[in-house]
Design a protein around this ligand. Structure first.
Ligand SMILES: C[S@@+](CC[C@H](N)C(=O)[O-])C[C@H]1O[C@@H](n2cnc3c(N)ncnc32)[C@H](O)[C@@H]1O
Length: 257
């Protein structure tokens, strides 16, 4: 779909309610993961110069755009299922002057077939765009060029979650790994860890506070909308429990020699 304005109400009306929540919540957020500018810089520094990158579940392609602005020879293929986020990413790539090196494809990452190999394969907060973590690592093993890196942004339990938190999320404890179990899974799949960072409470706050606020602002502008109550309940739960136990592990991993 071609949008005259990917940030306008027509674009929003063309997608599902769930996709709308993602787009509205992230209206003022470029990188849709709890990562500071410094963490992003450190992660991007692990990518070989002149890289061909695959950014899977790319959101607005913030990671790919950051790489292309830093490295004038790098190029990226970006896969995103949400057409409004993809269109916003393309518009931002034009604004950043990197659109000629960024190919945006609206597709389900589980169905899209790569016809080349890459120097970097990123799945930040988007493991499910390929499948399980094991499937992501297997994908990396077959689609990485020699010397390449897989960039992961994976939810982990930094501490054992409280039963109230699991009940609120409707989640089971075994849906996320511990930081140690994640590292062990990566090594067992034949990768070594070149960079790792557990997002700090400050990174979570800097990411989530505007996210919840955007949803409330939107609800206010509508007069009445369930987003307001949902956002406030979720934010309260994050402050009470989530910030202690919900971790986001950022990693660059390379195939073991
Ligand atoms: C948490 S967001 C992270 C976006 C981006 N990686 C970033 O850090 O800015 C996860 C993204 O993955 C996308 N996604 C989820 N499942 C997908 C799939 N099967 N194929 C392609 N994209 C998918 C979502 O639409 C969403 O934009």
């Amino acid at each position: 779909m071609i949008y005259t304005d990917p940030f306008g109400p027509e674009a929003l009306a063309s997608i599902t309610a769930r996709e709308q929540r993602t787009v509205i919540g992230h209206a003022s957020i470029d990188l849709m993961s709890p990562m500071s500018g410094q963490t992003l810089d450190e992660l991007v520094a692990t990518i070989p110069t002149g890289a061909r990158m695959l950014d899977m579940g790319c959101g607005k392609a913030a990671l790919a755009r950051h790489l292309l602005k830093k490295d004038p020879v790098a190029s990226a293929v970006c896969i995103e299922r949400n057409p409004v986020l993809a269109a916003q990413g393309e518009a931002l790539a034009r604004k950043n002057g990197v659109a000629d090196r960024l190919q945006m494809i609206v597709a389900d990452g589980r169905e899209w077939k790569a016809s080349e190999t890459f120097d970097a394969i990123a799945l930040l907060g988007a493991t499910h765009a390929i499948g399980s973590l094991q499937e992501v690592l297997a994908y990396g093993a077959t689609h990485l060029k020699a010397g390449g890196v897989v960039l992961l942004g994976e939810g982990v339990w930094a501490e054992r979650p409280h039963a109230d938190y699991l009940a609120f999320l409707g989640a089971e404890e075994d849906e996320l790994m511990s930081r140690e179990a994640l590292a062990e899974t990566v090594r067992k799949a034949g990768f070594r860890i070149r960079y790792e960072h557990l997002s700090s409470v400050a990174e979570w706050e800097a990411y989530e506070t505007p996210y919840f606020q955007q949803l409330r602002n939107y609800a206010d502008a509508c007069g009445q909308h369930p987003f307001a109550e949902e956002a406030s309940a979720f934010e309260a739960m994050q402050i009470k429990h989530g910030r202690k136990c919900m971790g986001f592990m950022v990693m660059a991993v390379a195939k073991s020699p």
